[in-house]
Design a protein around this ligand. Sequence first.
Ligand SMILES: Cc1cc2nc3c(=O)[nH]c(=O)nc-3n(C[C@H](O)[C@H](O)[C@H](O)COP(=O)(O)O)c2cc1C
Length: 451
Amino acid sequence: MNAPAVTVRRRLRPGVYELGDARGTLALAAPPDTAVLGTLSPGARTALRALGGRETTEDELAADATNPAERAALLTALDRGWVIRTLHAGGHDLCTTVPFGPRRPHGPAPAPGRPRALSRFARVRRDGDDIILESPLADSRIVVHHGDVLRVLHDPEPAARSGAAAAAVAGELAAEGFLVDREAEEADFTALQWAPHELDFHVRSRAGRRTRAAGTGFGGTRWAKGRFAPLPERRPPYPGRVLALPAADLDRAARTDPSLTRVLEDRRSHRRHGTADPLTRDRLGEFLFRTARARRRDGEGPPVGRPYPCGGGLYEMEVYVAAGQVRGVPRDFYHYDPHDHALVATGAPPRTVDRLLRDADAATGGAGRPQALLVLAARFGRLMWKYEAMGYALVLKHVGVVQQVMYSVATAMGLAPCALGSGDIDLFARATGCDPVEESSVGEFCLGSLP
Ligand SMILES: Cc1cc2nc3c(=O)[nH]c(=O)nc-3n(C[C@H](O)[C@H](O)[C@H](O)COP(=O)(O)O)c2cc1C
């Protein structure tokens, strides 16, 4: 008999073990997942054991599991995410499918006869010595061993017709969710609503089997310890002119502020600002003191947090102010120094300050340029020195945390607040000279007097 054009080698993925009960029913387990295989013949059990120990070809399996129907049913069950599978043809390996867990593909697999295309979520990248194919919608990653696989990705249909090996690769990629029915994918709202980078970010910045399978750490691992110095809490100062701000009288505020219930119930976004009585340096100072200063016990000693909570207590967020019309504060772009409670000019070109204020006007649907635009920027290294794979997600959560505290304090102070969500990172880089990979804007907030 001729050797088959394509051979498949399988082995159980690491961490999978067999469970049996008194009646001889077998199951596979890799907590929290299990799959019941039923009652297997002694030969099929031997074949299963072999798969646990080493890579096994179908011919080798057939030597033990001699009943073709039983063997086919066993392989179908195993191929739903329990085995690592390598396709081999023409004297070389083509690709290896490494599942993360039982397969739960999103959406329908391409129906026979329907044209297949690479999923818009799939991407090829290098991982160590491997070239891998991955997708946030797939329950496996595929290690590409041979360029023929890329040919199938590029043009699945003609490639699949060109021979048994390419057809087997196309079948594998379709079964794993990398080749899809293009029309169906583009008509599926739940998939289409996601930009590929956003879905990838979502599945990789939350715990789960994909994060575990990524093989890198996740969470507060302090991965950089011993390799890189942590960033100091205090941002290196800008050399520009310094405007000291008056501290808030918190005792007075505690006496005169509306209740928490009133603040929450009365809070709303105000996009227009009062022209008669604009924001003042004192009011801006009180607002920044109450929302963003580095707190010290009794006003002295080392910083002990800020008025808003922060994952890891690391306080990566910096506040900047584009002052458009603030009495006592010259029009400019400033960094808020939360330790000295002062504004420090960043040296932004005047046109950049105008652009920041103009963009805020556009983001509020033309409500007018804000008296002050607060820009939240993250010093990523503060968090990312400690947190692996989820540092940026944490930064975005902090934007919401800070904005809510700002809404509350602005409401209590009778000011006009409005969060913005679409700032321009290049403009921020121009206004500060920061490398966007080191420190970049991540949120905005308009502040002014009520009309
Ligand atoms: C993260 C975030 C981003 C926002 N971005 C904008 C924006 O770009 N433009 C705008 O006019 N309002 C923006 N808003 C304000 C919302 O439109 C507003 O909160 C929402 O309509 C509810 O109204 P309320 O705040 O008056 O209760 C944003 C709010 C949040 C929390």
